[in-house]
Design a binder for this molecule. Sequence first.
Ligand SMILES: Nc1ncnc2c1ncn2[C@@H]1O[C@H](COP(=O)(O)OP(=O)(O)OP(=O)(O)O)[C@@H](O)[C@H]1O
Ligand SMILES: [Mg+2]
Length: 591
Amino acid sequence: MAIRLLPETTANRIAAGEVVERPAAVVKELVENALDAGATRIAVTLEGGGTLRVLVEDDGHGMGPADLELAVERHATSKLPEEALLFRIATLGFRGEALPSIGAVARLTITTRPAGGDAHGLTVEGGRKAAVKPAAGAPGTRVEMRDLFYAVPARRKFLKSPRAEAEAAIEAVRRLALAWPEVGFRLQSDGREVLALPPAARDARIAALLGTDFAAAALPVAAEGADGLVLSGQAAQPAYTRATAGEQHLVVNRRPVRDQVLRVALRVAYRDLITVGRHPVAALFLDLPPEAVDVNVHPMKTELRFRDEPAVRGLLISALRRSLAAGAGHALPSPALTQYRPSPGGWSGWSRPPPAPVPARSGLAELQLALAPPPSAPAAPLPLGFAPEPAPEPPPADQPLGRPLGQLLETYILAEAPDGALVLVDQHAAHERLTHEALRGQLVEGGVRAQPLLLPAVVELPPADCARLLGFAEPLARLGLELEGFGPGAVLVRALPALLGPADPAPLLRDLAEEIAEFDAALALERRLDAAIARLACHGSVRAGRRLTAPEMAALLRQMEATPRAATCSHGRPTFLRLGPAELERLFGRR
Ligand SMILES: Nc1ncnc2c1ncn2[C@@H]1O[C@H](COP(=O)(O)OP(=O)(O)OP(=O)(O)O)[C@@H](O)[C@H]1O
Ligand SMILES: [Mg+2]
């Protein structure tokens, strides 16, 4: 068989697959073009989820007939005057790929009119271009795509239902609308208006897109880093979470991106503040000099590479942590807790007090109870005919945290203190602190006791994480964690700190690798070890959401009493709260 060059239209159809994999990609490319053309209003119309028709109309600067002719040629772009500028891309488009790619796999009609000029139209069908003709139209550009993949039926098989395709296309417009609040957007899908966003200030646009609930829970985020890095935006308080990471928005130089760096930074900043399996919500905007970021690493331009990734990650994490710490005072009723209200309109939820240092034992942390008016008195008299149970002994005075009464939400231990106070203990925070202190004690005494694994565990990790962990293997061995290299993408775990019990090494190592990645070069070894200990402690501790037996609860309380610094967890939050008899009286209006 002879090797031959592919006819150009075939080659274009193959290449088009990378840029145009589904209607959402077409919508994204066309809206980006409108934004690059300086549009102030953009209207998107979808039919059949965009598979039958996508129409994007803008009021941007339009094109003259010669430019229109060129616009559908591959690698024809007005946006890259010189090759050297590839590293300083300030527009959303730069490849000159989108229009020819769409024209190669669908029917494309462009009508455009520049300011002060006449309107012209051009059609490309399955890669075949017709001549540019005079047309009628308002200033700006109207790009219509019909019958996606009619020219490559095999690709149609990969399309999802029209509804799923419409959702993806709407999401693409939402993300761009978040990055461009000063531009008005409208989106109709099968005749239904889905988005109607007038030009707005950024905060108003965020609220319009992420919802007023998010806006009410949002904390401002702002920071500046070296080399012209500027971060701004909003992140939700930890009580406001989602089941997926889908509402984590990062806009880099006005380009919405899906980026690992943001995902990791959010995970690190919110660690231990939110329940496992829930995800923080944020809309963050990063601006940096164009040469500090490479956008040309992905055919869809949804990923990018920061030239100094650690700097970006560090800035994100520190800014988020600062916002969360500042916001911890304005507590928000947690949806997870309010779900358990005993009666509608009764309790309006416990709110978390600010993370003020709680003095050990004698600590009277303020517990704010927002109480609605009490429910009306029960009509029936209380049944008094039950057999009396022997009253339990009062807790001894040398047990200031008292006797466990029960567990609330599988998260908090309720106890009765010797002086009659109600004590609430956060089981995970408390146990984490105890584990942390015990590990630290063993380290000081010559090394954390290791428990060799019967069968060494193989944990697969990205090669960079493996390298980080192995680079820190010696100090980790002092913490009872014995690791060995196992090819480029895995490590062998030979032993774990005995205190952790049967912990799953995979999430532990992932977490530690993350921690090590954040080590600041200036950090002393001791500080690094302590940070690593905090991570180990977190993994080795009782989670929120585990039922505890009465003896387990009592054991935890007794250990807390015996441990200095047990009143705050490793992250500085209180491990327990006390509601004393006087406060109870005040809350019930007895005094
Ligand atoms: N809505 C529009 N208004 C004005 N000019 C446009 C519009 N859409 C496209 N163009 C012109 O057509 C050219 C080709 O567009 P196309 O999207 O194919 O490439 P690009 O935007 O330069 O790069 P990329 O492939 O990265 O999107 C653009 O460079 C621009 O000059
Ligand atoms: Mg483009």
